[in-house]
Design a protein around this ligand. Structure first.
Ligand code: ZN
Length: 568
């Protein structure tokens, strides 16, 4: 491809609202343009990258025996009503009506459609297992699209679904995906961590996320040198024992005028935040519940939600006042009998604690959980950096990360609600045991930019770069130079290297800047002076390392490159 003929609209500066590197550089490099909030057009360079990612994904999925489908993005409401997700997806789903006022939606994921095909077509255990996939456009009515391709309303996903007769079969299909995903990210040049994840709205038992550590990510992951790794939503740590000194025989009421926060009460009563109970009122499926964590800990709402199995939200001040008879600064579990009390494990077996007295401006000291109130115990706290690892006790680390893939053991949630059964060898009908597996293609592209860039621009991993190398002709008026560059261009192309020939009538400085910005892994400079000595420059984009080589050695150099990176 010749630069003169290519559409690469590079920009000096990115719009002010572009903050994260992938957003800035994909705009400036002429890869993407915004059409509307969270909706992007992919220009030729981006499409080349996405095609290469899709090729890697297809090769690995086909290689593990998965079969490619292509299902409609436009779907009837009835399917989603069967699975119960027409309601559950809420405002995240794009919905529309056809001319006969039938309800339709734009698919966010395809469990329903794939399960419907399985239900209608699969009859016998002999047809299982099946793994079906597609690479397709998905839609999500994201309330706050931002960060370029990181939070969007239309995107491309590889989604696959496994259908097995039993859980043992699912374990095998799941493991196949796990391993294929590792190969896909390795081949795309990403450094990533696999973390335990919450299943969220998908339902199911086990799930893992594939995460790229970057400050642009909106997730937080927790990990340890022993190998433990989990999404913050699910992460757990080893509880430490504190407050094991016996207090008074019964709680004592103390006046705490105007002292509302944990810190205020700690100062006023001369105790540590860890000696207090933090009492929070949540509304779960319309009902108020009390949740308790230690004063110096934070509640993890996702854990509360998973424990209760329904969505939760913090109660509003007037709701708190109504059920508790006191404001948020004076709450506690003692004397509460009408509400479910859910307590974090760190409060179990503790003594001599302080909490609100459910009376404004009063607190109770000397509270002993096992003696003074009845609670259900669960792991509800948000892990903090430095907490002891649940597996080995070493300090846990916390990093921001970007999700590039997610795999779920769905089990029978969809096959049961939608009636997808097969007959076993004994003639008995059983629901198909399913898994669901997703990879965001643009996420891989954006994650690669996040971890592979410098102040001059992108430095693509070789395997997914839009071109492997760019030949920069530094003087287009030197006809013998141009001729030699064209010859090299044909040679590299014939070897299977994707070459961009910068044949623009531009100053060398402009060509170098543009090449660095769009991030082609190797640049080959054809300059008149060096070429007169039979030499060209070979520059590695990421390291900026420059080698002078004989023109005659270009073929050998190119073959070496292909060997190092695996033939594309
Ligand atoms: Zn550990």
């Amino acid at each position: 491809m010749r630069w003169n003929h290519m559409f690469i609209p590079t920009l000096r500066e990115a719009p002010a609202d572009a903050q994260v590197p992938s957003h800035v550089l994909l705009l400036r490099g002429g890869y993407i343009r915004q059409l509307a909030a969270g909706i992007y057009s992919y220009l030729p360079l981006a499409q080349r990258v996405l095609n290469k990612i899709a090729k890697v994904v297809r090769e690995e999925l086909d290689g593990m025996g998965a079969q490619e489908f292509y299902l409609p993005a436009l779907q009837p409401a009835e399917l989603w009503q069967e699975s119960g997700r027409w309601e559950a997806m809420g405002q995240n789903m794009f919905r529309l009506k056809d001319r006969a006022t039938r309800d339709l939606c734009l698919g966010m994921t395809h469990e329903e459609v794939f399960t419907a095909i399985a239900r209608d077509e699969l009859r016998s255990y002999r047809q299982l297992p099946q793994i079906w996939y597609q690479i397709q456009t998905k839609f999500r009515d994201e309330p706050r699209p931002k960060s370029g391709l990181l939070r969007v309303r239309q995107f491309t996903m590889k989604d696959s679904y496994s259908f097995d007769m039993d859980w043992e079969g699912l374990d095998i299909s799941y493991q196949k995906h796990y391993e294929a995903y590792c190969r896909i990210y390795d081949r795309c040049g990403l450094r990533y961590r696999v973390v335990e994840a919450d299943s969220g709205m998908m339902g199911g038992r086990q799930s893992h996320e594939f995460m790229v550590v970057t400050d642009a990510g909106e997730d937080q992951i927790v990990y340890c040198s022993c190998g433990y790794a989990a999404n913050m939503e699910k992460a757990t740590s080893r509880p430490e024992a504190t407050n094991e000194t016996k207090g008074p025989e019964r709680p004592e009421l103390v006046s705490t005028p105007g002292q509302k926060t944990i810190e205020e009460v700690a100062r006023f009563l001369q105790l540590k935040p860890s000696q207090q109970i933090k009492t929070l009122v949540y509304v779960a499926a319309g009902k108020p519940v009390l949740s308790l964590v230690r004063g110096d800990h934070q509640l993890n709402e996702m854990k509360l939600q998973s424990f209760l199995g329904v969505e939760v939200r913090p109660a509003r001040p007037e709701e708190i006042e109504e059920v508790m008879g006191a404001g948020a600064g004076s709450l506690g579990p003692v004397g509460v009998t009408k509400l479910r009390i859910l307590s974090d494990l760190a409060l179990r077996d503790q003594m001599n604690l302080t909490c609100g007295a459910n009376r404004d401006d009063f607190h109770l000291t000397g509270v002993e959980p096992s003696r003074d109130y009845v609670a259900e115990y669960a792991d509800l706290r948000l892990v903090q950096a430095g907490d002891p690892c649940v597996q080995c006790g070493n300090s846990l680390a916390v990093s921001k990360a970007l999700e590039v893939g997610h795999i779920f053991k769905l089990g029978t949630k969809y096959s049961e609600s939608m009636g997808a059964h097969v007959l076993k060898a004994d003639g008995k009908a059983v629901p198909i045991v399913m898994g669901s597996y997703g990879i965001g293609l643009e996420r891989i592209m954006a994650a690669a930019v996040e971890i592979c860039h410098d102040s001059d621009g992108i430095a693509w991993p070789f395997s997914i770069a839009p071109f492997h190398c760019v030949i920069s002709v530094l003087n287009m008026k030197d006809s013998s130079l141009v001729e030699a560059a064209l010859k090299s261009y044909s040679l590299l192309n014939s070897l299977g290297i994707d070459v961009l020939l910068d044949d623009r009538e531009e100053r060398p400085g402009v060509k170098f800047k543009d090449a660095d910005l769009i991030g082609i892994p190797y640049r080959i400079n054809f300059g008149s002076k060096k070429f007169a000595e039979g030499k060209i420059e070979w520059i590695h984009r990421a390291s900026k390392k420059t080698d002078e080589i004989e023109v005659s050695l270009l073929e050998a150099k190119a073959r070496e490159l292909l060997r190092e990176n695996g033939t594309p």
